[in-house]
Write a protein that binds this ligand. Structure first.
Ligand code: AHR
Length: 653
C-alpha cells in the first residue's frame, strides 16, 4: 500500500513537470488598432518558370504548335514515309510574328503524319472533350486530316476526321475528340490523308473543360487553387523574365496581345539559365499574354500588378542597358500599358482591349518598373520613368526594385535612394534559410511609418538551396508563417507580400521550392501554400497590438504572434506560431470594452516532424485542421501543439 502511494505520487509529480507548465501571459489591445491592413496584402507572384505558363496554367497541350522553336520540329515526330521534298518547313517573311509553316505535298502513294509529344506528355481525362484546331492554306485541295489521341504505348484514346474547306489564303478548322481513358502521357497524331498540297500552322489541342469554360483558356485546377487563396493581387509576368537574358529577350507586353497566331514566340530565359536544369524545349508562346493576365486577375478578384522592363537586361546575365536617349520606347510601353488597362474605348490601346473582348477598364492601380535591378544605372532610368508617369498618371502607384536581397551595400544604396526619390512602394526580395525568417520577424518593426511602403514581392524559405533542390517542407513553411507575423504586425508599412515562385511542374522545373506543384493531371499545395492561404483568408482589416511583457511576440521562446481585427466578420484574428518541439500554453488577456462571445473557428497546421512535405502521392500530408470553438470572456486559454501554426477567429460583440 505504501509502495502504491509512493508510485502514484511520483507519477503525479512526473506528469505535472512534463505536461503542466505555467501558461505564458500575453495581452491583446483590441481597442487600440495600430493601422490598417491593405485589402491587397497577400497576393501571388506569377512567372513563366518551371512550366508555369506554357506546359502549365495555359491549357494548350501541343508543344511548338507553330514550329517557331529554334529547332522547328522540336516536340514533333514525322510519321509514315516521307519522300524527299514532300514535307518542307516554309519561312514566310510576310507572316508577322509567325513566319514558319509546314508544307505537305501528298499523293495517294504514301502515308504521312505528325506526332506531338506535348509538354512531358499530354494530360487527358477519360470522358473529356478536346478541341483540335489548326490554320491551313491549300495550294491544291484534296487533303483531309485524321486526328488521334494515343497513350504512351500507342493505344488509341480517341480519334476524329477533319475535312477542310476549299478557299483562298489561310483558313482555320477545328474538330473535337473524346477521350476513352485517363493518362498524363498522351500524344497527338495528325495524319494527312488523300492527295494535295497544304501548309499547316498553329496545330493546337485544348481541353474543352477550361477555367470558366473559355475556349483555348487556362487549366481549371491550376486557376482554382489560386482562386481558393483569394489573393489580393497577382504580380506578373515575373521575375527575371521581365528583364530577359539580353534586351532582345526581355518581356515586351505589346507582343503578347492581339490574335494569338501573331504573338511572336521567344525563348524562355529559364531554358538555359541553370546548367544543371537545362530545359531546351522551354519557349514562351505568349498564349498567356497581358490581356489574359488582366482577365485572370479580374476573375479571381486580385489587383493586377504588372512589372515592366526598365531598360535593363538581367544583371546576372548580359546586364545590357539601353542608352538613356533610347529609353523613350520603354517609357512609352508603360504609358501605353496604362491606356490598355484603363483607357477609354476611343483611345488606341483602350480600343485594342475592347476588341479583345473587354470594353470595361481593368482598373490598374499599380505598376512596377524593373525587377531585381540595381546600381546607379537603374536609378537613372527609374527617375525618367517616375517623372513621366507621375506627371501623366499620378493615380498609379509606382513600384521599384531594391535589388536581389534584403541587406548589404546593394540593398542599402537602393533603399536609401528610392526613399529619397519618394517611390511609392519598394519591392524587396528574400530567398533565405529558415533561420533568417525566424530571426527576421521584427524586421519591419523599426521601418519608417511615413516613407515609402514595402512590397515583399518575392520570398521563400530555402532549406537546402543552393546546394540542391529546395524542398517545401514544414520547416520552411513554419518559418515563413513566423516571419509573416512580422509582415502583418507592420501592415501599415508592408502593404503587399507574395511567395515566389508560384508553380513548379514535377517533370519540368528549374527552380525549387515553389508554392504549388503540378503534373499533367494533378495539382497540390505545399505546406507554404497552406500558410499563405491561411494568412490571405484571415487577413482582417486592422492591426491589433499583441504583447508579452510589453514587447512584440517576435521569437522569444520560439513563439511568434500577430493579431488583426476583421470589421466585417466582427472577429479578432490571432495568428500564432509555436516553433518548439513541445506544446506551449498561453493565456491571452483581451483588453477591450467590448464583449468576447460566440462560436468560431480554430484552424491549425501542425506536424512534429519538420521534414514532412506534401507530394503528388501524398498531397495532404500537411493540411489545415479546423474545429469549432466557443468563446466567452476576455481571457482565452490555449495550448499550441509542437511545431504548429494556429489561426483563432474570436467573435467580438
Ligand atoms: O522567383 C524566381 C526568380 O527569383 C525570379 O525570377 C527573380 O526575380 C528572382 O531572382
Amino acid at each position: 500500500m505504501i509502495k502504491k502511494i509512493k508510485l502514484s505520487s511520483v507519477l503525479t509529480l512526473l506528469s505535472f513537470s512534463l505536461f503542466s507548465q505555467t501558461p505564458i501571459e500575453m495581452k491583446i489591445a483590441l481597442d487600440q488598432p495600430a493601422g490598417d491592413i491593405s485589402p491587397s496584402m497577400w497576393g501571388v507572384f506569377f512567372e513563366d518558370i518551371n512550366l508555369g505558363a506554357d506546359g502549365g496554367i495555359y491549357a494548350e497541350l501541343v508543344k511548338n504548335r507553330s514550329f517557331e522553336f529554334d529547332t522547328p520540329l522540336m516536340g514533333w515526330k514525322q510519321l509514315g514515309e516521307i519522300p524527299e521534298g514532300a514535307m518542307l518547313m516554309i519561312n514566310d517573311n510576310k507572316r508577322k510574328g509567325n513566319r514558319r509553316s509546314l508544307q505537305i505535298k501528298k499523293t495517294t502513294d504514301f502515308v504521312v503524319g505528325l506526332q506531338n509529344e506535348g509538354f512531358r506528355g499530354m494530360g487527358i481525362k477519360q470522358g473529356g472533350t478536346y478541341e483540335f484546331s489548326l490554320l491551313y492554306k491549300q495550294a491544291t485541295p484534296g487533303i483531309k486530316l485524321k486526328v488521334e489521341l494515343v497513350d504512351s504505348v500507342g493505344h488509341k484514346l480517341g480519334e476524329s476526321l477533319l475535312s477542310l474547306q476549299n478557299g483562298e489564303g489561310w483558313q482555320s478548322a477545328s474538330v473535337n475528340l473524346s477521350a476513352n481513358a485517363t493518362t498524363s502521357a498522351a500524344k497527338l497524331n495528325v495524319w494527312f490523308q488523300g492527295a494535295g498540297e497544304i501548309n499547316v500552322d498553329m496545330l493546337s489541342l485544348f481541353p474543352e473543360d477550361t477555367w470558366k469554360g473559355r475556349k483555348k483558356g487556362l487549366r481549371k485546377d491550376m486557376v482554382q487553387i489560386l482562386a481558393d487563396m483569394k489573393p489580393g493581387f497577382i504580380r506578373f509576368p515575373g521575375g527575371c523574365i521581365v528583364e530577359g537574358r539580353d534586351l532582345a529577350n526581355r518581356f515586351q507586353w505589346k507582343k503578347t496581345v492581339g490574335p494569338i497566331e501573331q504573338r511572336e514566340l521567344i525563348i524562355n530565359r529559364w531554358n538555359t539559365e541553370f546548367t544543371q536544369r537545362l530545359t531546351p524545349d522551354y519557349f514562351q508562346s505568349f498564349g498567356l499574354g497581358f490581356y489574359e493576365y488582366f482577365l485572370l486577375s479580374e476573375d479571381i478578384g486580385a489587383e493586377p500588378v504588372p512589372i515592366l522592363n526598365c531598360g535593363m537586361a538581367c544583371q546576372f546575365n548580359t546586364g545590357e542597358v539601353v542608352p538613356i536617349d533610347e529609353l523613350d520606347e520603354y517609357v512609352q510601353d508603360a504609358l501605353d500599358l496604362i491606356e490598355f488597362a484603363n483607357g477609354s474605348l476611343d483611345s488606341p490601346w483602350g480600343k485594342i482591349r475592347a476588341d479583345m473582348g473587354h470594353p470595361e477598364p481593368f482598373n490598374l492601380k499599380m505598376l512596377g518598373v524593373g525587377n531585381e535591378n540595381w546600381g546607379p544605372q537603374y536609378l537613372e532610368r527609374l527617375e525618367i520613368f517616375k517623372n513621366i508617369l507621375k506627371e501623366k498618371h499620378p493615380e498609379i502607384q509606382l513600384i521599384a526594385s531594391s535589388g536581389t536581397g534584403p541587406d548589404g551595400d546593394r540593398f542599402d544604396y537602393l533603399d536609401e535612394n528610392l526613399r529619397a526619390m519618394k517611390i511609392d512602394i519598394i519591392d524587396e526580395h528574400y530567398y533565405r534559410p529558415p533561420a533568417w525568417f525566424l530571426s527576421g520577424a521584427a524586421r519591419y518593426d523599426d521601418y519608417d511609418r511615413n516613407g515609402s511602403k514595402v512590397f515583399a514581392g518575392e520570398y521563400a524559405s530555402h532549406t537546402t538551396r543552393p546546394n540542391g533542390p529546395g524542398r517545401s517542407t514544414w520547416e520552411a513553411a513554419l518559418s515563413e508563417a513566423a516571419f509573416m507575423t512580422g509582415l502583418e504586425r507592420n501592415g501599415e508599412v508592408v502593404r503587399m507580400a507574395s511567395y515566389a515562385p508560384l508553380f513548379g511542374h514535377v517533370d519540368g522545373w528549374q527552380w525549387s521550392p515553389d508554392l504549388i506543384w503540378v503534373d499533367n493531371l494533378n495539382v497540390y499545395g505545399t505546406p507554404s501554400y497552406h500558410v499563405q492561404k491561411l494568412y490571405s483568408l484571415n487577413k482582417g482589416t486592422n492591426i491589433i497590438p499583441i504583447n508579452r511583457d510589453g514587447k512584440n511576440v517576435t521569437g522569444i521562446d520560439s513563439l511568434y504572434a500577430s493579431t488583426v481585427y476583421d470589421q466585417e466578420a466582427k472577429e479578432l484574428i490571432l495568428k500564432f506560431v509555436n516553433y518548439n518541439s513541445t506544446s506551449k500554453s498561453v493565456n491571452f488577456q483581451i483588453e477591450t470594452n467590448k464583449s468576447i462571445k460566440g462560436s468560431s473557428e480554430r484552424i491549425t497546421l501542425a506536424n512534429a516532424n519538420l521534414e514532412v512535405a506534401n507530394s503528388i502521392e501524398d498531397p495532404l500530408a500537411i493540411q489545415p485542421v479546423s474545429k469549432k470553438v466557443n468563446y466567452k470572456g476576455k481571457v482565452i486559454k490555449e495550448t499550441f501543439a509542437p511545431y504548429s501554426f494556429t489561426v483563432l477567429r474570436i467573435p467580438v460583440q
